[in-house]
Structures are given as C-alpha cells and as structure tokens.
Write a protein that binds this ligand. Structure first.
Ligand code: GDP
Ligand code: IMO
Ligand code: MG
Length: 420
C-alpha cells in the first residue's frame, strides 16, 4: 500500500514537515521526482535542517528512505546532506537507499542551467540553477548517466563523452566559465555515493509492498510547477503530480491509496511566472515577514498572495486528492480580513478553470472575503478549540474543493499539527 504527500501550489507548502510528522506510520519513505531544487525544512529537537534530496523520514529509526529513479541526484549535494543528517543523529548508512536507475546531475548540467537562464534575458524561469532541467533533458534525450553506471568500469569514459557534448552546448551559449570547477568535488562525491545502499529500486519497493509494508511517497515542488500541468514554461522539469509516483518509483497505480495534498493557508511562489493572487502591497509584505517566506534552497524572497481556489481545485483534480493538510494557518492569526480567490476574470469574462497559457494573460483574481480570527492559534492542540472564524474559512474551502482539510498545521514545530 502506498500513500502520497505532495504540494498543491507552487512548492514550499510544508511537505517536509508533514512527511516527517506522518513518517512514523510508514515503513518506507520515498522521493519520486525532483532533485536538489527542493528544500524541505524539518525541526529536529527544535533545530532546523533543510533536506534537498534525502526523504524527510530519515530522522525516524528503522525507516527505509529511498531516493527513487524519478529523482535527478547531485552527488556533491548528497554527500553534504548526509553529513548534515549524521550531525543531527540520522542514520543514513543504514536507512538511506538509492535506486540504480536514478539519473545523475553533473557539474556541466549546472553550467548549462546557468547558461540557459542567462540566454533567456528577461524571460528567465527563475531556476534554482541546480542543473535540474539539463539533467532531465539528458534523461529524455537518452544521454544521461545513472547511479548504476557509477559501478561500471566505463564510467569515466562515458562521463568524458557526455562532458564533450555538454561543452559543445556551452560553446553555443558562448559560456565562458571554467567547467572543470566542481569536477574534483564531483569525483570525490561519487566515491561516497558508491558506498551507499544502491538498489534496484523497483524490485526493492515492490517486494516491500508485497510483504505488507507501508510506503509514503514524498513529492517535491508543487502541482502548479508540474512540467505538463503547471504554468509552463515557468515550471520545473518533472511530473510533480501523483502520476509521477508510478513512473518515479516503479509502482502500479492500483497500489496508491491516499493522495494527501498540502496547501498553505495562503499562497507563495518563488521564481518567475504567473501568480494571479500575488499581493504587491503591505499585506504581501506582512505574509512574507510573518511567514518567513524566503526560499529554503536559494534564500530568495518568496512572492506572497491569497489562497487561490481555482488553482487548488485544478490541483485536486489532476492529483486525485483524497485529503488535504493546510499549513501555516497561524501566519494569518492577526489579519483582520482574509480573502480567497474563487474566480479568474480574463478579458472581461469570469473563468473557473486554469487556462492553457497563463503567461501574458491579464488575469484578475476575484475574491470572497472573510473576517480574520485575531487569536493566537499556534498553541492550540484540538480543532474544537480553534477560533470560529478559522472554522468558517476552512469549511468554505472544503465545500469549494469538494475535498476536506483533515489536518491544520499551526507552526513549524514537529508536533504543531491539529487533526480536524
Ligand atoms: P517544503 O518545500 O514544502 O517542504 O516547504 P519549505 O520547508 O520550503 O517551506 C515551508 C516553511 O514553512 C518552512 O520554513 C517550515 O519550517 C515552515 N512551516 C511548515 N509548516 C508550518 C506551519 O504550519 N506554520 C508555520 N509558521 N511554519 C510552518
Ligand atoms: P520544494 O520541494 C519552490 C521553482 C524555481 C523556478 C522553477 C524551476 O522545496 O517545494 P528548477 O530549479 O526546477 O529549474 O526551477 O521552479 N522551484 C521551486 N519553488 N519550491 C521548490 O521545491 C522548487 N523547486 C523548483 O524557483 O521558478
Ligand atoms: Mg521548499
């Protein structure tokens, strides 16, 4: 049996915290897509750690954490992450497993990412520049190198061939930086990676499922950054939605039971691209400062706005969401008035769907207003004690989406979560 936790917005919904919270109920926690563009924040003994590629179940004893074939893996980042995890008491040597089909991010992928972004001029994606797009391009272009290839005696030759191809691409971009920077560290880091538990991920996970073990698949990014269904081209390069679980881990769709969607009580986006409910005023500033909305991976300020129910309903549809966790409800505690976007006004017409191309469209978000609750909600342990106005806000969202919010997260701490 497999349950999924994924983001319903533009990433950073609090997936790391929620996966860490639920991990105790599972035997295997598995990442199925993305790479070090992700930044999943956890608090372990009140100390903060940000995970990029290691699943957020790594701090639970005797839980298997699998990096699936759908991930693109940066060995340099992974080595640093493993060291950080160890310093927090996580047992990566015993509990971390990597699929041999997982594609590798090479230093030249990062260089191509950078060169590509520079060439886009003022139409930049706002990529994290971690080499994600170029690594997935080499996967679908059938050029990439995989973790299993590290164990082959031809690895160095294959690496050199790919590096030559990459150099040609970089020459086309007229990219002048020295691409040998980072290579030495890469070769050191792959020696480290080779010592980890490298497995045939698809047999590994299916054997666990057959033996009755419970798997939690952890998404990265968010549904509106999905390469097919997000705000293309301002998206990431993988399928972030529930469908990505099957191809990113090698499991059949019938094995998936709960698909748990995470949304913030408001909305954020980091990087460029359409964001209909963005607030460029003092309320946006309030959300950024109160919510500490600065990128976990890049430190960039996140764009902030009201919750967007048109986009959320779309995300629920394409993912088959069965339950919702709402995070950061506490950030709204002191606001007098709250708004939720229920409709888009596009070219003078009301629309209730996500258009094919949102970029360049003049989308005016139409809102329903709610009174704030003006109560400190972060210490509340039971839903019955939550402020009435929060209950009204939540009930409206439930009705609109046709899926229920089952948990409210009311602080970054590990146990700050209330069952509805
Ligand atoms: P992820 O990428 O989806 O895992 O999310 P990030 O870790 O990038 O960003 C979420 C941020 O919100 C982190 O700093 C979390 O510690 C914090 N956070 C998560 N849930 C809550 C919550 O309910 N309330 C508050 N105040 N912070 C939260
Ligand atoms: P988590 O898992 C928020 C955004 C980038 C950029 C676009 C493409 O922490 O929620 P990429 O590096 O993939 O080429 O960037 O996607 N992005 C994220 N935004 N959270 C993330 O991950 C993100 N990963 C990528 O800012 O706009
Ligand atoms: Mg994040």
């Amino acid at each position: 049996m497999v349950d999924v936790i994924l983001g319903l917005q533009w990433g950073d919904e609090g997936k790391g915290k929620i996966v860490d919270y639920f991990a105790k109920n599972y035997d295997v926690i598995a990442r199925f897509q993305g790479g070090p563009n992700a930044g999943h924040t956890l608090y372990i003994n009140d100390k903060k750690i940000v995970l990029h590629q290691i699943p957020s179940g790594i701090f639970h004893e005797n839980k298997i954490n699998l990096i699936g074939n759908g991930v693109v893996l940066d060995a340099i980042t992974l080595k640093k992450e493993c060291e950080a995890v160890a310093s927090f008491g996580g047992e990566f040597k015993k509990n971390l497993f990597v699929s041999e089909r997982t594609h590798l991010i090479l230093p030249t992928h990062r260089a191509i990412d950078k060169a590509s972004e520079i060439a886009k001029g003022n139409e930049k994606i706002g990529s994290t520049l971690k080499g994600i797009g170029p690594a997935y391009m080499d996967k679908t272009g059938r050029n990439g190198l995989r973790v299993g290839d590290l164990l082959s005696k031809n690895f160095k030759t294959d690496y050199t061939k790919l590096r030559i191809k990459h150099q040609r691409i970089l020459d086309n971009y007229n990219f002048q930086e020295d691409i040998s920077i980072g290579e030495e560290e890469f070769f050191e880091s792959i020696e480290f990676l080779k010592e980890l538990n490298i497995v045939n991920g698809e047999y590994f996970i299916n054997e666990k499922i057959s033996a009755g073990k419970k798997v939690l698949a952890e998404g990265a990014q968010g549904s509106m950054l999905d390469v097919d269904f997000g705000t293309f081209p301002f998206v990431t390069s993988s399928n972030t939605i529930s469908a990505g679980v099957c191809s990113g881990l090698g499991i059949a769709p019938q094995k998936i039971k709960e698909v748990i969607g995470i949304t913030k009580a408001y909305c954020t986006r980091v990087g460029s691209g359409p964001f209909p409910t963005e607030l460029s005023d003092s309320t946006g500033e309030f959300l950024r400062n109160t919510g500490n909305e600065f990128g976990s991976t890049t430190g960039r300020p996140r764009r902030c706005g009201w919750i967007d129910l048109v986009a959320l309903k779309f995300a629920c549809m394409i993912n088959g969401i069965t339950q919702i966790v709402m995070t950061k409800a506490d950030i709204l505690d002191s606001l007098e008035e709250l708004k939720v976007c229920t409709t888009y006004m596009i070219n003078g017409e009301e629309k209730n769907y996500i258009p094919f191309q949102m970029n360049g469209l003049d989308i005016n978000a139409l809102y329903k207003s709610f009174s704030g609750w003006n109560t400190n909600s972060s210490d509340i342990k039971h839903f019955k004690d939550m402020p009435e106005n929060m209950k009204i806000y939540i009930e409206f969202i439930n009705q609109f989406l046709g899926v229920s919010i089952k948990y409210i997260s009311n602080g970054p701490g590990r146990e700050q979560i209330v069952s509805v």
